[in-house]
Design a protein around this ligand. Structure first.
Ligand code: GDP
Length: 329
């Protein structure tokens, strides 16, 4: 295969800011790269485009596999496009890092959206042993904003591994759920429910409508038991049918209401500031960790120390402190 010529910083920047899909895709590939030289260039690129970011509405969507996330995004995405907004959909799928397979699967997802000129869909970045997938998604989000996307949907598989990271990069967090037979609160962790700005009970169609309405009441009651949000927002529960595109307008309106209210009270901007601080620390943690595990001093002894700890010849704290001392020397 012919190797593609390496783009310059200016070419990457121009590619993103021009709004071209190819330019955006290439910039995302750069951000996702694990090569040190690419990381440096990616950091410079983020720096260059930063002034053009921040204008989109950032929405997180989560729910267990099968709840209907891709069906929902496909249908909801059409509404966004009908409202003359550009939409980017990013996914974080922690399962793809471990197994190479993925819960979200290889099936063609969101077929209609992916054919639209105003939608951009990018799947989860693949394996990075040192973590940092959430980072890459956040930086990808910034690139999409600079490229002119108005709505950014960040989808995660609701299995509890990446929801906190997503909550920390979005303005609004939507939880999709199903009506179960009496076990409404068991499918998803309480912690995730607590993060939700809205819950949508999906598949409220056919003979499932009554159950969905009943579940809605139960979730509403459950949400009231959580402490009030500092920003004054009271999470709402809606029902919808993603396949029939029912209830989606109400959810779209709810999102708009949230945005208007939160901007008026100043909490929208405040939340973003808090998030920026969070990501400053996350970035520091990430680079310290990466630097540590790549350093020759550490690599020299790491597996030896692991063996010693395993055999009981050295205790874990001592092993860690010795490695850290060697690293800082
Ligand atoms: P994901 O794993 O959360 O992305 O779920 P999918 O969007 O792939 O949907 C899982 C299954 O549920 C598919 O067979 C969909 O056709 C079906 N489904 C999704 N939304 C609805 C809905 O609103 N009503 C009904 N009856 N089925 C739905």
């Amino acid at each position: 295969m012919k190797k593609r010529r390496r783009l310059s910083l200016e070419e990457y920047q121009e590619g993103v800011l021009s709004g071209s899909r190819v330019g955006l895709s290439r910039a995302i590939t750069l951000v996702e790269s694990t090569l040190d030289s690419d990381n440096e260039l990616a950091a410079q690129l983020i720096d260059k485009i930063y002034d053009y970011t921040g204008k989109s509405f950032r929405i997180g969507i989560t729910g267990v596999p099968g709840v209907g996330k891709s069906t929902f995004i496909e249908a909801f995405g059409q509404l966004v496009l009908e409202n003359k907004k550009k939409l980017a959909v990013l996914t974080i799928d922690p399962s793809s890092q471990k197994t190479g397979g993925s819960i979200l699967g290889d099936k063609t997802r969101m077929e209609k959206l992916s054919r639209s000129a105003d939608a951009f869909i990018r799947p989860s970045p693949s394996g990075d042993a040192l973590g940092g997938v959430a980072h890459k998604t956040r930086e990808t989000m910034l690139l999409c904003e600079a490229a002119g996307y108005d709505f950014i949907l960040i989808e995660t598989v609701g299995v509890g591994q990446s929801e906190t990271s997503v909550k920390n990069m979005v303005d609004f967090f939507l939880l999709l759920m199903l009506a179960g037979a009496g076990d409404e609160l068991q499918g998803i962790k309480k912690g995730i429910m607590e993060m939700a700005d809205a819950i949508a009970i999906n598949k409220a169609d056919g003979d499932n409508i009554d159950r969905a309405e009943k579940a809605k009441k139960e979730y509403q009651n459950a949400l009231h038991l959580f402490p009030a949000n500092e920003n004054g927002w009271v999470p709402e529960v809606k029902t919808c049918s993603a396949v029939n595109s029912e209830g989606l307008v109400e959810i779209f309106q709810l999102l708009n209401k949230f945005q208007v209210e939160q901007k008026q009270t100043g909490y929208f901007a405040l939340n973003r500031k808090e998030q920026a601080i969070h990501w400053m620390h996350q970035t520091i943690h990430h680079f310290l960790k990466q630097n540590f595990y790549k350093s020759p001093e550490v690599l020299k002894n790491l597996s030896k120390f692991e063996d010693e700890v395993r055999q009981g010849n050295k205790h874990s704290v001592k092993a860690a402190r010795t490695l850290l001392n060697q690293y800082y020397k």
